[in-house]
Design a protein around this ligand. Structure first.
Ligand code: BGC
Length: 741
């Protein structure tokens, strides 16, 4: 039976929108049938994507859609305009090929979840998946079937503003996160009308931008590339991600959008990726500025031949592909393959068969808000809690609420949010007022924004602290300080925030700092002055309730850092999975404060003006209770190549509250043909424990999990000695050893 007929019958039988998942063979057949009818112009149209605004939806735009000018439109128009554009594409173009509408649904659509770095701090793939699913439902209801997420660039440099969008520094955690996001967006089948195609980006190496400056070049040795930067992308392919986006950077001198090694050899030949590759925004024509292509025509040739199927925004394909094909510089087969990838995704999404969607507008729902609140709650990391200052007691008479982030609905959403509404956002101030009653909350922001350096509001803030029993300061970075093109050379709390903390601390009341930021910041003085610190990233729509609950013990912090926090910007890049040097410094080798007389120090790998250790290590985070790690044991002292081993430890809750510990497994390959990191994360588990409860947590490790890329670029496990830790973070834990034979 012909495919369209099946879908047609199904539609009427069920009397509803059906998602008929076609087999690969059926889809391929339809793709070939359609491709054989297409002109070269129509093919090039499919390979072109625009964010050209449809508002106002002009006659010119309608006409261009009728001509098949674009295979995809993104971040454009409202639901009604998208529906109308789709109607024109489906019913008024020669072949009725639907438009694929894309959008940057990065951490939520209408309901905004924590920034991706915050989601990674949950160490909870289930909530990450639920957030993705919720975002997909909302976006698809408004006609979006493709998101440019997950962004899975390994980021080890907090100067880089896009670290906010990333899953942090670790390839294992990032891989788990990548797969969870892909599952969330795509659901169980792309044919489900609520599924949206995911896009693994930015391929590749973008997070290693030199000096943390966005768009900057990266030089990454192939071993490091494969072992660190590419791993989450491979995991996304394994999870069935529908598309890839290239990156802006030149990788080892070759811009990603013209990088055959990445796009053909690795992605297609090695990983067998069957999906669609889109360029980043104008990254094809930017190859001229990189000094890699002579002009737009040359750039189009490079990109098409390297394997970029669709060009985002710039028009090098539209302007030049036709003549490049006639001159033989780009083969007809290259064009056909690109169009195959594009049509295939459109068929898989059911775009040809679904009824033309009516325009709808989504709103937040109790369910979407519950997911957002859970994600926000789990993302918050308790960095300090002297004398159990937190949770605050319900009996606290009055609370001073201070700081520029206490009531900043837009800023708490963070970077890359498009479709939110202010009225949905619940700020900490609003929530605390509701929880405690207006009269008990003394609000004095102190500063208008995070960058405000005026002291005009300090007196009122100090006065509030004087009159209250405790002060909570909401500090951090406003929305536009992180994200794309928002690199910073300083990592301090901007504006006069540190001075505000100093002033408020003079009141002598307990001080809690809640920091909302898109990156790890350095805030040493504030950390010394505050009795407790909650690091809340940009927590999204439900940041207020999540934080209020954590402050008052209705929830217990369980977030853990997905990235190392430096003491000073000069330590960057600092990450836990570094190699040893021939002269490792011991953690106790303190820096010599500048200005003190010189004294001889050891010739070890350290700084003379700051401690060598991080401020807070990867994996770190406290709870309102405490956990012990005991009795590490291995199922055997050695394992044969190809076999597996179980490593267990007893984790107990020794405090008086229920809490969730994130138990982490690290290994170290002691001697290898390529020196290996001092520790590498290989597993983790969130474990909820009641007071006094003890649980044995076990991890199975296969010898293939220990593999690394050797000098011949082969993924190998080498025999020898391995150290292993079950640990609360990358610097502590209980240790054992085993041998791979
Ligand atoms: C960003 C991408 C994004 C695209 C479309 C680019 O500037 O690098 O991550 O998906 O714009 O908005």
């Amino acid at each position: 039976m012909a495919w369209p007929y099946c879908a047609f019958v199904g539609f009427f039988l069920l009397g509803a929108v059906v998602s008929t998942a076609a087999t690969d063979a059926e889809v391929d057949q339809r793709v070939e049938a359609l491709l054989s009818r297409m002109t070269l112009d129509e093919k090039i149209g499919q390979m072109s994507q625009s964010d050209r605004l449809m508002t106002p939806f002009s006659d010119e735009v309608r006409q261009l859609i009728r001509q098949g000018r674009w295979g995809s439109l993104f971040n454009a128009g409202n639901p009604a305009e998208r529906a109308e554009a789709q109607r024109i594409a489906r019913t008024e173009t020669r072949l009725g090929i639907p438009i694929l509408f894309g959008r940057d649904v990065i951490h939520g659509y209408r309901t905004i979840f924590p920034i991706p770095l915050g989601q990674a701090a949950t160490w909870d793939p289930d909530i990450v998946e639920q957030a993705g699913r919720t975002a997909a439902r909302e976006a698809s209801a408004e006609g979006i079937r493709w998101t440019f997420a997950p962004m899975i660039d390994i980021a080890r440099d907090p100067r880089w503003g896009r670290i906010a969008e990333s899953p942090g520094e670790d390839p294992y955690l990032a891989s788990i996160f990548a797969a969870a996001m892909v599952r969330g967006f795509q659901g169980t089948s792309l044919a489900d009308p609520s599924a949206i195609a995911a896009c693994a980006k930015h391929f590749a190496g973008y997070g290693a931008a030199e000096a943390g400056r966005d768009y900057n070049s990266t030089w990454i040795a192939e071993i490091l590339l494969r072992d660190v930067y590419l791993r989450p992308f491979h995991a996304a392919v394994d999870a069935g991600v529908a598309s890839f986006m290239t990156s802006f950077n030149a990788l080892n001198g070759v811009p990603s959008s013209g990088n055959e090694f990445l796009l053909r050899r690795i992605l297609r030949d090695e990983w067998k990726f069957p999906g669609l590759v889109v360029s980043d925004y104008q990254s094809i024509t930017e190859m001229t500025l990189h000094g890699y292509a002579a002009d737009a025509r040359d750039a189009a040739r490079e990109a098409a031949n390297a394997g970029v199927d669709m060009e985002m925004v710039s028009t090098a394909y539209f302007d030049h592909l036709k003549s490049l094909v006639s001159s033989g510089a780009v083969a007809g087969k290259t064009i056909d393959d690109a169009v195959r990838h594009i049509l295939r995704l459109k068929f898989l999404l059911g775009l040809f068969d679904a009824p033309i969607p009516a325009a709808q507008t989504v709103t937040v729902t109790p369910e979407s808000l519950a997911v957002a609140q859970k994600a926000a709650t789990e993302s918050v990391v308790l960095l300090k809690n002297d004398q159990n200052l937190l949770p605050l007691s319900d009996t606290v008479g009055s609370l001073a609420v201070i700081g520029p982030m206490a009531d900043a609905p837009v800023d708490q959403l963070g970077t890359w949010t498009i479709d939110w509404r202010t009225e949905d956002v619940r700020t900490p101030l609003a929530e605390l007022r509701q929880m405690l009653g207006n009269g008990r909350v003394l609000y004095a922001p102190g500063l208008k924004t995070s960058r405000d350096s005026s002291h005009d509001g300090f007196a009122a803030a100090r006065d509030a602290a004087d009159r209250a029993d405790a002060a909570v300061l909401f500090l951090g970075e406003e929305q536009i300080l992180s994200g794309e093109a928002r690199s910073r050379a300083f990592l301090n709390l901007p504006g006069a925030q540190e001075e505000l903390v100093e002033e408020v601390a003079k009141a002598g009341k307990p001080v809690v700092a809640v920091i909302m930021a898109g990156r790890p910041l350095t805030f040493h003085d504030t950390a010394a002055r505050a009795g407790a610190i909650l690091y809340a990233w940009h927590p999204g729509t439900m940041g207020g309730p999540a934080i209020a609950d954590l402050l008052f013990g209705r929830a217990v912090p369980s977030g853990r850092l997905p990235v190392t926090f430096p003491r000073a910007v000069g330590q960057v890049p600092i990450y836990y999975a570094h190699l040893n040097t021939g002269r490792p410094a011991s953690a106790s080798e303190l820096g010599i404060p500048m200005g003190t007389p010189a004294k001889p120090t050891g010739y070890t790998s350290k700084y003379i003006d700051v401690d060598v250790t991080p401020e807070y290590p990867f994996g770190y985070g406290l709870s309102y209770t405490n956990f012990t790690y005991e009795n590490l044991r291995l199922s055997a002292p050695s394992v044969a190549m190809g076999g597996s081993l179980t490593i267990s430890a007893d984790i107990a809750n020794r405090g008086r509250r229920e809490g969730t510990e994130v138990v982490q497994l690290y290994i170290h390959d002691v001697v290898a043909s390529v020196a290996q990191p001092v520790r590498l994360l290989k597993g983790f588990r969130r474990v909820a424990l009641k007071p006094g409860e003890m649980r044995t947590v076990s991890f199975a490790i296969r010898t293939e999990d220990l593999a690394f890329y050797n000098q011949q670029m082969k993924l190998v496990t080498e025999p020898g000695r391995f150290e292993v830790w079950i640990a609360p973070d990358a610097e502590h834990g209980i240790k054992g050893e085993f041998v791979v034979k």
